[in-house]
Write a protein that binds this ligand. Sequence first.
Ligand SMILES: C[S@@+](CC[C@H](N)C(=O)[O-])C[C@H]1O[C@@H](n2cnc3c(N)ncnc32)[C@H](O)[C@@H]1O
Length: 410
Amino acid sequence: MTARAAAVRMLDAVLDEGLLLSQAEGGLVGLAPGDRARAQRLAMQVLRHLEQADRVLKPFLRKPPVLTVLNILRLGTVELALGEAAHGVVNEAVSLVRNDRHNGALSGLVNAVLRKVAALEAPFAKLPPQRLPYWLRKPLVDAWGREAVSAMEAVQARPAPVDLTLKPGWTGDLPGAALPTGSWRLPAGVQISALPGYDDGAWWVQDAAAALAVPLLQVQPGARVLDLCAAPGGKTLQLAAAGAQVTALDISGPRLARLAENLARTGLQAEVIAADALHWQPEAPFDAILLDAPCSATGTIRRHPDLPFVKDGSELADLLPLQAALLDRALGWLKPGGRLVYCTCSLLPEEGEAQLEAALARHPGLAVQRVQPEGVAPEWITPAGALRLRPDYWAAQGGMDGFFMVCLTR
Ligand SMILES: C[S@@+](CC[C@H](N)C(=O)[O-])C[C@H]1O[C@@H](n2cnc3c(N)ncnc32)[C@H](O)[C@@H]1O
């Protein structure tokens, strides 16, 4: 199987079976590591430009062919629009259809259509970036307006850069540049495992927005800190590297295994607990708690372009009460005067700003501590004193994940 065939298989899984790309990785079995990475990259490129590909293809199709053939056409169209050489793209698309038991007869159609697409000059140049689905776009337009949402969509059309969090004090010779908040942004196409510091765990991959929750908590060395909903552990590593005595709790065994690997690679320490936070009880209260609550993950669409095609917002009915319940329990585990950071990698105000407002109403004496970590622009701070991070911030440098985060004291 080729990388392109695997990419089409993954697209079929997302668009037909409603699977996330991470759930469709079975389609990559048997591929060499380089081809696996290429197949994933191709599938993600198509998902970022699916709407544009369909608009380009429409005049050349009397009616859409079966989904798998349409996905072959979409893949070819996106590759051509992004500058891939026509010869290889068209030939392989044709052979993919020819080798398909059910649809071989459509190889002539695929050949003719992709040759027409190849003859177009910059077919995506005049098309707007792909729009978010209505269930997600509407509340974002209501919260921040059309212009901001279009800016987010433009950033989401491009692959996300890779950011690193460096251990405090580590200075190595990495390609790329430091961001104002202290994260390190790598240039595109770098092989991460070949970088200095990889083998000794001097840094870890973590989006620049995600890296801001721990600075917001302002932990002191030696403080007892609970990382609630901790896996796979980017924030656990930051807390441990800051000298805190960390308890990392998560409900998911497989995700905690990744957390344990991350601790081992970086040589950092934390007590790891597999438990449901809705039932677990600590033996003693904590100086600080980080609650990175389960959420819609709509702030991570740059890196998960499959999400808008698979999710429909219906999971919010379970997520919103879960977030509130986790927050209420965690607040009960804080020492008097302790701090709690609540955060979600969601763009939706329901999972951020509205959760904060409701928590303040439920807990008299609870207050927002206004914190502006280094490099944070004043306009990222909400009137209530929280941080609202959006994908279109630092757009020219590739953006950042969408996040809501707030520091609370009681
Ligand atoms: C946003 S992710 C956490 C990411 C993590 N903090 C990091 O920085 O790598 C949310 C986590 O919440 C965990 N989770 C969901 N429900 C939970 C529960 N009831 N108790 C404990 N953990 C839970 C999930 O397994 C998932 O790992």
